[in-house]
Design a protein around this ligand. Structure first.
Ligand SMILES: Cc1ncc(COP(=O)(O)O)c(C=O)c1O
Length: 479
């Protein structure tokens, strides 16, 4: 390092400052004169540093205005392979899968103070803490009985109205009576599965799938039919068609069409329409798990499957936990044909939800603040994803693959041949790093060479160090 010319060391320092988000895209760099005096360097060193950063794509020179920070350039890896479509997928009774997942989670919890790259929630600093706190205090001042009066079955009217209104802009038309509040997405998917199926029934799911869904299926005694999903377009409709021909007892499909977990992909609109039509024709209920849609990069509005639902066959389950406030545990659902049954199950299971988080969320969603927050969150996540993808390309062994997701906080990474994800997970824990091994996203061993990493917080020295370490550990395993 000390052998490097001074301008390269200074450029590296500024690269880190930009990657960490201290200087954001669009920010003006110090003037050449200020730079010289701050770092006690000559004019030629200052200019060399700026040109070096400009050549590497980190700065943009604007005539007569100075140098400005650009979005960090991202080194690209080869993308993840498309899945093979088996002629007939195996129907799995999930007995013991729960234990495999719980073992991984328990191992992770044995190291509580780690950098958690295995979760799927952004750091608290990325959510609107102060604004929500202010709203809560104000609401309690005006409506002190919010904590003591009995709430409303189905959810507070303000909340249901706010989310039903917002759903309109994504092509979903609902009355407030169609909406039921839940304790997040997992609660909604649980209720939906219990409404449409009995223990022993078969449920089609994406492969890989969110491990929480596999836990739910096992806990309800349901059989899962894993349908391959593409890292770019999501669930394979061709494979689903084959599976529905082979099994006539499939009660429902659980699917995450927008920013699938762990793949991060979005199903194109024409395939969404086709999927809804196919399931309606075949009498298969769709449970649409939709916690990440609002995190799609840019201001693109990808529609949920529910927008194509004509006969109430789609049970729509969005959540606010990833997009607004993980601590409020708020979600909602619109259960279509199963509305009355879900309402009964919800009441039998947990009665009413707390009113305060609902009215806070209703106020926030109803104001322009939600869109401003989402805009900022998407921008930040994009920078974090880029910085992490860039580090993975720099530090991971050759043969690593990554398909950049169009939003969210999750990266699904194929490790090179011979590199076992659970071994990497174990090796990383003592170094203070937690990752999610691919093996917990399926009943099969198909994903034992994959890991899921999240980018929960601004890219900083700690992240840089962790990714370098992970890359070294992966290189050791790949040999
Ligand atoms: C696809 C998917 N569904 C549901 C959830 C859980 O959502 P919630 O926290 O709202 O219960 C997650 C969280 O990781 C998820 O990835």
């Amino acid at each position: 390092m000390s052998g490097e010319p001074l301008y390269e060391r200074l450029a590296e320092h500024y690269r880190r400052v930009i990657v960490a988000g201290t200087l954001a895209p669009g920010d003006r760099m110090p003037s050449v004169r200020a730079f010289m005096s701050r770092h006690q360097v000559s004019l030629s060193t200052a200019l060399q540093t700026f040109r070096h950063l400009e050549d590497a794509g980190w700065l943009l020179a604007k005539p007569r205005s100075g140098y400005f920070v650009r979005r960090p350039p991202v080194a690209r890896l080869a993308t993840v392979h498309e899945p093979e479509i088996a002629s007939r997928p195996n129907e799995a009774q999930y007995v013991g899968l729960h234990e495999r997942i719980s073992r991984v989670l328990e191992r992770a919890h044995a190291y509580p103070d780690v950098l958690n790259l295995g979760g799927a929630t952004a750091a608290a600093a990325l959510y609107p803490t102060t604004r929500l706190q202010t709203l809560g205090v104000r609401l309690l001042r005006h409506r002190p009985t919010l904590l003591t009066e009995v709430g409303t079955e189905g959810g507070s009217p303000e909340f249901r109205q706010a989310v039903a209104r917002r759903a309109l802009s994504s092509g979903v038309t609902l009355s407030i009576d169609d909406v039921m509040v839940t304790s997040g997405g997992v609660d909604a998917v649980n209720l939906a599965l219990r409404a449409v199926a009995q223990p022993g029934d078969t449920i089609a799911i994406e492969s890989p799938a969110f491990f929480g869904l596999l836990q739910i299926l096992e806990s309800l005694g349901l059989r899962a039919l894993e349908i391959p999903a593409s890292p770019t377009t999501g669930l394979s409709l061709e494979a689903l068609d084959i599976a529905l021909d082979a099994y006539d007892n499939v009660k429902a499909l659980v699917v995450v069409p927008n920013l699938q977990n762990p793949l991060g992909c979005i199903m194109p609109d024409d395939r969404k329409a086709e999927l809804v039509a196919m399931c309606a024709r075949r009498g298969v209920a769709i449970i649409e798990d939709d916690p990440y849609r609002e995190l799609i990069a840019g201001d693109v509005c990808a529609r949920p499957l529910k927008a194509w639902d004509r006969d109430g066959g789609v049970i729509y389950c969005p959540s606010l936990n990833k997009v607004l406030a993980p601590g409020m545990r708020l979600g909602w659902m619109s259960a279509g044909r199963w509305h009355a049954r879900v309402r009964m199950l919800k009441f039998a299971q947990s009665r009413l939800n707390e009113s305060l988080p609902q009215v806070i969320a209703a106020e926030f969603i109803g104001s322009g603040a939600f869109d401003r927050h989402l805009h900022q969150l998407r921008e930040r996540l994009a920078i974090q994803r880029d910085a992490m993808s860039d580090a993975i390309a720099r530090y991971f062994p050759s043969g690593t693959r990554l398909s950049p997701p169009p939003g969210g906080m999750l990266l699904w990474i194929a490790l090179p041949d011979g590199c076992d994800a659970e071994k990497l997970f174990e090796a990383a824990l003592p170094h203070g790093i937690r990752i999610a091994p691919g093996s917990i996203f399926s009943n099969s061993s198909r994903f034992s060479g994959f890991i899921r990493l999240s980018c929960p917080k601004p890219y900083d020295q700690e992240m840089e160090h962790a990714l370098r370490q992970l890359g070294q550990l992966a290189s050791g395993l790949a040999i």
